[in-house]
Each structure stands twice: as structure tokens, then as C-alpha cells.
Write a protein that binds this ligand. Structure first.
Ligand code: ADP
Length: 563
């Protein structure tokens, strides 16, 4: 027990001594750091050795203590004789514990070879090396190690200055990453650029091809063609235009085409075109363009259609001019022939009718009944022939602008009722129904309007092989009297409806053929237009048609007759 107590007290004492030694050591280090001490004793295993710090004056020691680099002094064995606080914090150890340790303790394995080389060299000459320090927590600290020999009283020592490269390395690392990212971005941009360039090339090529395609087409059609901007200015003509007009692009660009238009056609063309530009409706007119090489004006069918984008806005107009001079001449010759022929036919026809009347009236009672029948039949055929010749004469008069007639105020309802009586006489199998039929007064030519009504009624009968009902409707609407004739016959398609008022137009129907020359509706339309009226049709194939016309009403008369 006594022995134990003894040992305990010895240990306590030793402990006390060690504590004192530690405190002394700390004080010494503090003293060195603050420059109060110039020498110290280190126990390096071979007994105590004295190291003096005479060469390092106080100012430098303070300076070293404050600097941002780690500063260490080692002896030949590599033991740390001195270290500043910065080094201690770099390796994560209290300052007092670093002293007396082997410096290589803090060198990371991967830097060990380099360290040994540099230290071996350092005793010969000043040198530098980048190394990795390993701190107590196992983290690596990249450092630049600079070695210089120090002449101390006790011998030569090595001064090691350690510059923490962590921030630099991190910055370098960041820079590297940024550089890599930059390179990747540059690569992506380059790729995008290349793709874009390819697309542009492809599109340019497509555009070029489609433009060439268009030009090729435009230059290989017989018509003159051009394109107008939405405001009407021309921005392209095909070769035919330049060949025909003899003008160049400079002469005819924008509105230059007006100088080759016949002066008499200019106003109508401009008005119609302005209307189309405003409404976006297809432009169509017949006009004359001057041919460059002989100055001749030739008739053209002039058309322009708008091209719209997905928002339905007009992008441009495509115009064409088709030379119809030869057709026009042909038509004129035909009209002339019809005019002369119908005129020539009319004279013998009139005498034929006269002679027939003479025969009919000659001792009428003595004529055998079969002869009477022949006379009836001859009269019917002559009447048909006369109507045909009259129509032909009318057509040629219309063409010559000579279909003129006097106007008078008359009751159109009475006229229509008379027409129906006639129709009942001519077509006894049909059923004519009159609807409304109040009295209406118009200003016009009764014979010509009778011709219109009879034409519509005859057509209703002619083109209704099955259903024999014909409805005649007389009504008024907005200062107009409206007369319509409805049948339940073969009807007309929309396309046919558009053309039936044209001269000599007849629907070609293999299933249903009738005689006729396609003049009746053309003449009717002309007559109605002469009366400042309107004419039209509503129809459905297989169901029937309603032909109608409207004429300006003389309201006072209508009111009077109503009362
Ligand atoms: P035409 O009857 O002598 O041929 P029109 O000028 O009177 O000449 O008529 C032109 C064309 O219009 C006719 O050939 C016929 O095809 C069509 N048409 C006229 N009226 C009717 C109708 N009521 N129903 C069906 N088709 C009609």
C-alpha cells in the first residue's frame, strides 16, 4: 500500500513537473513568437540541445507570426524547431504541439517522393515545390513549399515557407470547369450554327428552286402574267409581257402598265381593279393592250386572283392577260353573219306568211279539211321560225348596241296574266298557278317584257318533263316588283347557273335534249338590264328552278291601283 502511495505521489509529482514544463514550453513559444526570447532548448532524443535565435530579430519574428504563409524551421533530422500559427492552422494542430514533430508527418503520401527530393536538394540550394499537406482531419492542403537554408549558431537549419494554394487551386479548378463549360457551350453553339447554316442553305435552295419553278412556268405559258403587291403595284412580269409590250422592267414596274392600256379601257379597268383591291374579289375585265412592235391594240381577257396567308390576309395578286383578239374577231364575224342571215331570212318569211294567209282565206269553206290541217301546221312551223329569226335579229342588235325601244307606264300584273293565258293555250297539259298578283305599275316596254316572261314560262315547261306545275309569283320588295317563275323540272348545277345568261350557252345534258339555241335568257337579261332591273336564278339539280327578275316600281301608281 505504501509502495502504491509512493508510486502515486511520484506520478503526481512527475505530472506536476510535466505540466510546468508544458507551461514553460508554451511560454517559451509565446516568447519566441513575440520576440522576447532569442534561444531555446529542444530535447531531440540525443539529449537537450540549445538553439539560439540570434539571427532572427524580434521584428522579423513578429512579421513571420503575422504573415499569411506557414513558416517552419527544421533541423537536419527534419524535426520542427519552429513553426508559426498559420502553419499550425494549416495542419489543424495546436501550435505548441507542432514543435518537435517530424515535418514529414504532415506530408501526404502522394507527395512524399517529391518532398524527399526537394528536401535533399534544399540543403544545397534554395528550391521550390508544390506539395500536398495532410492535416489532422485527413484533408489535403495544396501548398507551394519554398526552402532556404538558415545559418544558426548551432548549425544549419532549413526554413520552409508554405503558401496555401487551396484558394488558387480551387480558383484554377473553377476556371478549368468554366473553361470546359465554355468549350462545351462553344461546341454546342458551333453545332447550332452549322445546323442553322445548313437549314438556311436548304431553305435558300428550296426558295431558289420554287422561284425558278415559278419563273419557268410563268415564262412558258402563252399568257402574259404578273404579280401585284396587296396595294396593287406590280412587282413581277413574265417574259411574254416584255416581249408583247416591248417595254422593259423600268418602264412598266408599279403602275407602268397603264401606259400600254387602251385609253378607252383605262377608267373601267382602274375602277374594277380598285374595287377588287378593296373587296378581295377576283378581278376580271376585257381590255386592250398595245403591242410593242406594231402599236396594235389587241383585246385581252384580264384576270387577277388574290393569294391569301393563313390569317386570310392578301399576300399578293396573280394577274394574267390572255389574248382574245382572234376569238373576238371570230365572234364579230359570226354576229355579222347572224345579222345578215336573219335579216335575209325575214323577208321571204314575211311573204311566206302572207301567202299562207291568202291560201287560208281563199274560199275557206271549200278547202278540204286535210288542207286546213296542213295550213294550221304550216302556220305553227312558220311562227316557230319567225320567233327564231326574231331572236337571232335581237342578238345581233344587242351586239351592235341597237336594241332600243320606247318606255311607257303600264300594269305589269295585267301583262303577266295575259302571258299565262297564252301559255295555257300553247301548253294545255301544264298547270299554271299565280301567287299574290297584286297590281304593280312599272315604266318599261310591254312587248319586250312580255318576251321575257314568255321565255321564262316556255323554259319552265320545256325543262320540266314530269311535273307540270308552274308557279308564277308577283310580289314587291324594297321599291321593286319581283316576278318569279318556278318549275319542278331538271334543275341546274351551280356551275350551269353561272353561265346560262351567256350568249348561245346551252346545258349539255345527254339524258335530256331539247331544241333551242341558247338565246332566250341572254336576250331576257339584256332586256331586264335595259330596264335597270335585275335577273337571276335559284335552282337545284333534279328538283327544279326559280327564275326571277326585279324591276323598279312606280310606287304612286301601285298605291293608286291598290286603293
Ligand atoms: P334555249 O332554251 O333556247 O336553249 P335559253 O337561253 O332560254 O336557251 O336557256 C339557256 C339554257 O338554260 C338552256 O339550254 C337550258 O339548258 C337552261 N335552262 C333555261 N331554263 C331552264 C329551266 N327552267 N330549267 C332547267 N334548265 C333551264
Amino acid at each position: 500500500m505504501d509502495q502504491l502511495n509512493n508510486t502515486y505521489s511520484v506520478l503526481l509529482k512527475e505530472n506536476e513537473e510535466l505540466k510546468i514544463q508544458l507551461e514553460e514550453a508554451n511560454d517559451t513559444i509565446d516568447a519566441i513568437r513575440t520576440g522576447q526570447v532569442d534561444a531555446l532548448i529542444v530535447n531531440d532524443g540525443d539529449g537537450h540541445q540549445l538553439y539560439t535565435l540570434k539571427t532572427a530579430d524580434q521584428t522579423y519574428r513578429v512579421f513571420i507570426e503575422k504573415m499569411n504563409e506557414g513558416a517552419v524551421t527544421i533541423n537536419r533530422q527534419g524535426l520542427i524547431l519552429y513553426s508559426n500559427s498559420r502553419f499550425a492552422s494549416m495542419v489543424g494542430m495546436p501550435l505548441e504541439r507542432t514543435i518537435g514533430l517530424l515535418f514529414e508527418t504532415f506530408i501526404a503520401d502522394q507527395s512524399r517522393d517529391a518532398f524527399e527530393d526537394v528536401i535533399a536538394n534544399a540543403w544545397e540550394e534554395d528550391c521550390k515545390e508544390e506539395l500536398l499537406l495532410k492535416n489532422t482531419e485527413g484533408h489535403y492542403v495544396p501548398c507551394l513549399l519554398s526552402c532556404n537554408t538558415l545559418e544558426l549558431d548551432e548549425g544549419v537549419a532549413l526554413s520552409l515557407i508554405l503558401t496555401d494554394l487551396s484558394i488558387l487551386k480551387e480558383a484554377e479548378n473553377q476556371l478549368k470547369i468554366k473553361n470546359l463549360q465554355l468549350a462545351a457551350a462553344r461546341l454546342a453553339t458551333e453545332k447550332l450554327n452549322n445546323e442553322l447554316e445548313d437549314t438556311v442553305k436548304e431553305r435558300t435552295n428550296e426558295l431558289f428552286l420554287s422561284r425558278e419553278h415559278f419563273k419557268y412556268l410563268a415564262n412558258n405559258i402563252p399568257q402574259m402574267t404578273w404579280t401585284n403587291l396587296p396595294d396593287g403595284e406590280v412587282d413581277y412580269y413574265n417574259q411574254q409581257w416584255y416581249d408583247y409590250t416591248g417595254l422593259d422592267q423600268q418602264d412598266t414596274k408599279k403602275w407602268g402598265w397603264r401606259k400600254v392600256l387602251h385609253p378607252d379601257d383605262l377608267q373601267a379597268t382602274m375602277d374594277r381593279f380598285a374595287e377588287s383591291l378593296k373587296t378581295g374579289e377576283i378581278f376580271e375585265i376585257e381590255n386592250r393592250y398595245k403591242r410593242g412592235y406594231d402599236g396594235a391594240y389587241r383585246w385581252h381577257l384580264n384576270r387577277a386572283i388574290p393569294l391569301r396567308d393563313e390569317k386570310n390576309e392578301i399576300v399578293f395578286w396573280v394577274g394574267t392577260a390572255t389574248d382574245i383578239e382572234d376569238q373576238k374577231k371570230e365572234m364579230e364575224r359570226k354576229d355579222e353573219f347572224i345579222g345578215i342571215a336573219s335579216h335575209e331570212l325575214k323577208t321571204p318569211l314575211t311573204s311566206l306568211k302572207g301567202y299562207l294567209q291568202l291560201i287560208a282565206s281563199y274560199k275557206r269553206d271549200e278547202l278540204p279539211s286535210v288542207v286546213k290541217q296542213y295550213i294550221e301546221k304550216a302556220n305553227t312551223s312558220l311562227n316557230k321560225l319567225q320567233r327564231l329569226i326574231n331572236d337571232l335579229l335581237d342578238v345581233s342588235k344587242i351586239q351592235a348596241g341597237k336594241l332600243e325601244y320606247a318606255f311607257t307606264k303600264f300594269n305589269i300584273t295585267d301583262l303577266i296574266k295575259t302571258c299565262i293565258e297564252n301559255a295555257e293555250h300553247i301548253h294545255p297539259d301544264n298547270n299554271f298557278i299565280i301567287r299574290d298578283g297584286k297590281d304593280y305599275t312599272v315604266n318599261g316596254n310591254p312587248e319586250r317584257l312580255e318576251q321575257v316572261v314568255m321565255n321564262l314560262i316556255n323554259n319552265a315547261v320545256k325543262y320540266s318533263p314530269q311535273n307540270k306545275d308552274v308557279i308564277i309569283h308577283i310580289t314587291d320588295h324594297a321599291d321593286c316588283v319581283r316576278v318569279s317563275v318556278t318549275d319542278f323540272g331538271i334543275g341546274l348545277s351551280a356551275e350551269q347557273q353561272e353561265r346560262i345568261f351567256e350568249r348561245f350557252y346551252r346545258v349539255e345534258d345527254k339524258k335530256y335534249t331539247t331544241s333551242g339555241l341558247g338565246m332566250g335568257l341572254y336576250i331576257s337579261a339584256e332586256i331586264i338590264s335595259y330596264h335597270n332591273g335585275s335577273i337571276g336564278v335559284e335552282s337545284e339539280v333534279g328538283k327544279g328552278s326559280t327564275f326571277y327578275f326585279g324591276l323598279p316600281l312606280i310606287r304612286d301608281y301601285r298605291l293608286e291601283t291598290r286603293d
